[in-house]
Each structure stands twice: as C-alpha cells, then as structure tokens.
Design a protein. Sequence first.
Length: 175
Amino acid sequence: MEDDLTDRRQFESAYRRLAPRVRRIALAVLRDGAAAEDVVQDVFLHLWRSPASYDPARGTLNTYVAVLAQSRSLDRRRSRSAQQSAFQRLAAEARVASRPDADALVEATLLRERRRRVLGAVGGLPAEQRDALIAYGYGLSAREIASNASLPLGTAKSRIRLGLAKARAEFGEAA
C-alpha cells in the first residue's frame, strides 16, 4: 500500500509531502502562521493516532488531508471568533456598567439584540451556505473558498449568494 499510515517511514514520507499543503490551506483560512502550524500538527496527530480514519477507497490521502485541514482550520477560526465575540461582549458590558446612564443601557441592549438577530439569521442557513458566508465575511474570496473546499468556483459563488439572500430575508423578517 502506498500510504500505509501505520508504517512510520511511510507516515514520515506522507508528512514531508503533505504538510506544506496543509499549512497553505490553514494559512489561507486563518491568516496566522502560528495557528496554521497548530492545524498541521492537529491533522497529522489525528492521522498518527487514528490511521484507520483514512479510507483509500473514498479518495486519495492528499484529498483526505486537504479536507481535514480545511475542516480543522474552519473549526479553529470559529472557536477564535466565538472567543473574540465573548470578549467584546464582556468589554461592552463593562463599559455599560461603568456608565450607568439610561442611554448607555439602551445602546447596549440594542447592540445585543441586533447581534442576536444576525447570528440567528446566519445560524439558520444550510451548513454549506453558512460556512461559505462565514469564510466570505472573514475576507476570503469566492476563489479561495472554492479552492479550500475543493469546489468549483461557481458552486462557491452560488453558496455565498444564496446564503446572503437567505440571511437578508431572515434578518428582514425578524425586524
């Protein structure tokens, strides 16, 4: 077998061959070299600990590793985004607490309500459209989204367009 991941030499060979691609994918999604290196380590640690997770009948190791890298990168970005949102929310609440006037309280309440509506609109989208829309919102182009997800460019553009249309419609209904 060409890519027997239980064999140490073949695993090392696969790592040398595929780690640069994993890093490029992670860097395109995360735009952070250290976080991209973490994704490389996560992907190959997963392969080392669970070599049976790769099924050659379903595709090449190259494709499997690329999909795994894309998925881990998006997970890491979502987690980082959630942490940043929580930090911003706490900071906003701290500002409101330090300014107990009525205008600040109304402003914070409106901001929280708007954020809840936007997240609800995006959260209600089908997973493919939601992921494409989130990646687009983080500055990835349709071409980058297509490349990272191994999709045709037209499919990536359609997912973004449909996601935006559905989110706008949902957001409008919630108004």
